[in-house]
Design a protein around this ligand. Structure first.
Ligand SMILES: C[S@@+](CC[C@H](N)C(=O)[O-])C[C@H]1O[C@@H](n2cnc3c(N)ncnc32)[C@H](O)[C@@H]1O
Length: 330
């Protein structure tokens, strides 16, 4: 049986972009977006031991369910990534590295306010095209005709993607949980398959995110922060699509050092990490705890600066003075 940890890849702990060609002699690489309970990806991996499969899923409980299947079958040609496919394609998967991408029954996001989450929206088509090698395919199956038609029309208008197939109720080698549900209800299934036909047209905006290492703020002032740190629970802030919340905190036994757990999100990309507060002779250092190493997104910066600001305000309040300027290394 394979070691379960080998099947989960945590982007924050990896050198990006990921090396997607894992395993010796495995030349073809495929990815499934939103694998749900993992039936489809596990079936593909079992049937194709000469290929490598990556699964991307936002739901942690789905990742755990799929891991159980992978472990149960002892598969060593599958890795799972927990996160938003839009982020994973942009930041983690190398350009022109995949032979195919599958997307089975994605949420169609029918409400207008959610429409930018559709695969047909924004940069998503370019991100898909960008990670496919020339000749690679993207296949999407849906039970919603309007969504299938929208995806077909938008993606086939992309300069690097060509519509290869459009079918209703296609014969399928393996069905997914949602597919069986919709078929039992008598719904139709719509499949579109696109082929990448040239090497141009992918989004050049993709930059691999910088890790928040050696990032700190120095706040002038002194005095124990034990009580202050306890009061941080569930405080937080926001900046557009970026939000952060301080959760549990821990103090070192001899005082003077604290750890604060933070949950921070940029759009639907969420990270959990620790901030460290170190009380020194003349000042306080607020920094990203070295072992948690999140990506330096807007929300991570916000959480760090926000905590510095709260400490500054706390000292100013206890002295009855106005906060002074912090020194930042961001
Ligand atoms: C309707 S379910 C379909 C699950 C499975 N493919 C099936 O056919 O049974 C859609 C899945 O996509 C996942 N999902 C939605 N948006 C996603 C995104 N941006 N990145 C990764 N997974 C996503 C959801 O968590 C959910 O498990």
């Amino acid at each position: 049986m394979s070691d379960i940890r080998e099947n989960i890849v945590v982007p924050e702990k990896e050198q990006l972009p990921l090396d997607v060609r894992r395993g010796s002699g495995l030349t073809r690489v495929f990815l499934e977006i939103g694998f749900g309970n993992g039936e489809f990806i596990v079936h593909l991996a079992r049937q194709n031991p000469d290929a490598y499969f990556w699964g991307v899923e936002m739901s942690r409980s789905c990742v755990l369910r799929a891991l159980k299947r992978i472990q149960g079958e002892g598969l060593n040609n599958v890795s799972l990534l927990c996160g938003d496919a839009r982020f994973i394609l942009k930041e983690c998967i190398p350009k022109e590295s995949l032979d195919g991408i599958y997307m089975n029954f994605p949420c169609p996001w029918p409400k207008k306010k959610h429409s930018k989450r559709r695969v047909s929206s924004g940069d998503f088509p370019s991100e898909i095209s960008g990670v496919l090698r020339k000749g690679g395919f993207f296949e999407l199956v849906t039970d919603e005709e309007w969504y299938g038609v929208e995806v077909r029309n938008v993606l086939s208008a992309h300069p690097s993607l060509q519509l290869g197939e459009w079918c209703i109720n296609p014969p399928r080698l393996v069905t997914t949980k949602y597919e069986r549900k919709w078929l039992e209800m008598g719904k139709k299934i719509f499949l579109s398959r696109f082929v990448k036909n040239n090497e141009e047209g992918y989004s050049e905006r993709s930059i691999f995110l910088r890790r928040a290492e050696d990032v700190h703020i120095r706040v002038p002032g002194k005095g124990s922060l034990n009580v202050f740190v306890k009061g941080l629970y569930n405080q937080g802030g926001g900046n557009g699509e970026s939000l952060w919340v301080y959760k549990r905190s821990y103090a070192s036994g001899d005082g003077g050092a604290h750890l604060v757990e933070v949950v921070a999100g940029d759009g639907s990309f969420e990270q959990k990490f620790f901030l460290q507060i170190v009380e020194r002779e003349e000042d306080v250092l607020v920094k990203i705890a070295p072992y948690s190493s999140p990506f330096l997104t807007t929300s991570v910066r916000g959480a760090l600066e926000g905590l510095g600001g709260l400490i500054e305000a706390h000292y100013a309040e206890s002295k009855g003075t106005m906060p002074s300027k912090k020194e930042r290394v961001l």
